[in-house]
Design a protein around this ligand. Structure first.
Ligand code: PLP
Ligand code: COI
Length: 339
């Protein structure tokens, strides 16, 4: 603990003091308890292990200049976890339980919330899994809901510097009408091979196209996509992408600074018309895209010609971060202060 260099953190796991757990059994969720063990003791036939009954969330808490800790859009994450649970037939965690457990997890690990000056934050990872034994394919009747936290820095090593991404047409992440709109582990398992290939080729992420026609932009492996042109913020509408809370926030902030906002299908060819492009998410915040290579088509789309993020991406990034750290008024009611 004494050795954490806050300004040098990457997006990784660092052990903290406590995690918080609640168990669903006999039709009800237990009162949450704080645990020090990082391990779970579960049945070898648990549905999470065999049939992917697993959903998770990702959110962040920030320490402000005033020393206060702020959690960003907690309720939206609680609601999205419920949606993921409905998507793969798991027991939903009540919103109040989610919020109580997030608060407990932060307070119990307060010494791990990075200082304001570091630009780092506390990543909060809620996880809900089916734990009872089933050999036939059917949902569990017992569940474990656990929240752990870990201090993090930027997801992509470049931070807010432009980073290259790649289209690999031979891979899909999620099918239309499949589980792409839910935050479930299977989607990430499906992205590992392509992600690994992209990294080996020197890219920081894969930009997926719609799986049905390969005509439209879907999203990046761990983040949504947006493009900027003609004073307009444009982001894909698709039935196979995660409804990103960061993206939703950026659409609002874009409107606030006078941009038009379009959420619609984005044809791949439109990439050549954007003045700026970026990936957005809790972990990624905004990662400006330097270049997108569509490898099998032999096409390259170049942004950030001077190696710097575009002016609108920068403005949106600064605005979002200012609200998260409490430097700017939270006019949309996105922030919960940890009392
Ligand atoms: N898309 C995917 C596949 C993600 O894993 C994430 C991260 O949570 C996002 C988008 C961004 O969502 P959010 O802004 O809610 O973190
Ligand atoms: C997040 O942004 O919170 C994510 O979950 C992305 C990735 C770490 C899976």
């Amino acid at each position: 603990m004494d050795t954490i260099n806050w300004s040098d953190l990457s997006f990784g796991y660092i052990k903290t003091d406590y995690n918080v757990r609640s168990y669903f059994k006999n039709g009800q969720w237990s009162k949450p308890v704080a645990e020090t063990s990082e391990y779970l003791d579960i049945h070898m036939a648990a549905t999470c292990l065999h049939y992917g009954q697993e959903a998770f969330e990702g959110m962040k808490a920030f320490r402000g200049k005033d020393g206060k800790i702020r959690v960003f859009r907690m309720r939206n994450n609680a609601e999205r976890l419920q949606s993921s649970c409905r998507g793969i037939l798991m027991q939903e965690a009540p919103i109040e339980l989610f919020e109580e457990m997030v608060m407990m997890a932060i307070k119990k690990n307060e010494r791990f919330v990075p200082p304001y000056e570091s630009g780092a934050s506390l990543y909060i990872r809620p996880l809900l899994i089916g734990t009872s034994a089933q050999v036939g394919v059917s949902p569990a009747n017992e569940y474990t809901f656990i929240i752990f936290v870990t201090p993090v820095g930027p997801y992509f090593k470049e931070g807010f510097k432009p980073t290259p991404m790649v289209i690999l047409r031979e891979y899909d992440r999620a099918a239309p009408q499949g589980t792409g709109t839910f935050k479930v582990g299977g989607n990430y398992a499906a992205s590992l091979t392509a992600g690994d290939k992209a990294k080996k080729l020197g890219y920081s992420a894969v930009l997926y196209l719609d799986a049905r026609e390969k005509k439209y932009i879907d999203e990046c492996g761990p983040a949504n996509f947006f493009g900027i042109k003609d004073n307009t913020y444009i982001t894909p509408k698709s039935e196979s992408i995660l409804p990103s809370i960061t993206n939703k926030s950026l659409m609002q902030l874009a409107e606030d600074i006078g941009l038009k906002v379009e959420r619609r299908q984005v044809p791949v060819e439109e990439l050549s018309t954007f003045e700026e492009a970026g990936a957005c998410g809790t972990a990624a915040v905004i990662s400006p895209i330097l270049r997108i290579d569509d490898l099998s088509e032999n096409k390259t789309y170049q942004y950030c010609k001077d190696g710097k993020a575009g002016p609108i991406s920068e403005k949106l990034y600064n605005k979002l971060r200012s609200i998260q750290y409490g430097d700017e008024a939270d006019t949309h009611g996105w922030v919960t202060i940890v009392e």
